[in-house]
Design a binder for this molecule. Structure first.
Ligand SMILES: [Zn+2]
Length: 239
């Protein structure tokens, strides 16, 4: 086989390998992203519950203040009723007392309702904290795993780059320029095999003359349909 062609086949394989690193890195980072997202969601949920609890506590305090006011009012009503003169006045005071007591009942009920709601929120917070502990363990483990995987990939990538540099030093500049010209549009299918007399870049059948030239592989042959660089895979590879 033509030496230049051999080099281009190797270069195209290396370039393809280099391009495969980014998606691998993205996939690994995504693993961590997904568990961290779960952690974030739990923290968010917990914060919301604590926030709601705080709001309820504020409401309870307002109700307590109101209760103090209402109690004072009841005392006043009692004092006034001792000095009451007419039945009309007494009825008016009675009405006022009833309303005040209703308001007191309502405030007390509200406090009880809010306290119960907060007790429930406390339970939820505890559950979330338990879950959070587990998720945080997973996050830590994933972090370590991901770091190791990324470090390995970086090492592999550096090796492939070194291989590429070494190869580039050997390749004829004109051939390399041609390769890059095709690669601009063909990407990782710049150098493709011919199988069953078809170009494996555009999948079109190539004519007998081109096919014979590819088999001979004395020159660099391009596909007459798409312009990709063609080669015939070694029979050992096909087997
Ligand atoms: Zn083609």
């Amino acid at each position: 086989m033509n030496r230049y062609l051999e080099q281009l086949i190797e270069l195209s394989k290396i370039d393809k390998e280099i391009d495969s690193f980014e998606p691998k890195i993205e996939a690994i980072k995504k693993e961590l992203f997904l568990v961290q997202k779960k952690e974030d969601e739990l923290v968010q949920k917990k914060d919301t519950l604590l926030e709601e609890k705080k709001e309820n506590e504020l409401k309870i305090r307002q109700h307590e203040l109101h209760i103090a006011e209402l109690s004072e009012k009841l005392n006043d009503i009692n004092k006034k009723s001792a000095a009451v003169k007419s039945e009309k006045e007494m009825k008016a005071l009675q009405l006022e007392e009833d309303i005040t007591k209703e308001q007191l009942d309502f405030a007390n009920e509200e406090i009880e309702r809010l306290q119960k709601a907060n007790e429930l929120k406390d339970e939820f917070v505890l559950e979330i904290e338990e879950e959070l502990k587990e998720v945080q363990k997973v996050v830590e483990a994933t972090k370590a795993e991901v770091e190791e995987k990324l470090a390995n990939l970086e090492k592999e990538r550096a090796e492939v780059y070194a291989k590429r540099e070494k190869l580039l030093g050997k390749i004829n500049q004109k051939i390399l320029e041609f390769y890059h010209k095709v690669r601009k549009w063909a990407g990782n299918t710049t150098v493709v095999p011919v199988k069953k007399q078809a170009c494996y870049g555009c999948y079109m059948r190539i004519n007998d003359k081109t096919y014979a030239a590819v088999i001979k592989s004395e020159d660099i042959v391009t596909c007459p349909h798409c312009g990709r660089i063609l080669y015939v895979e070694e029979t050992t590879e096909e087997e």
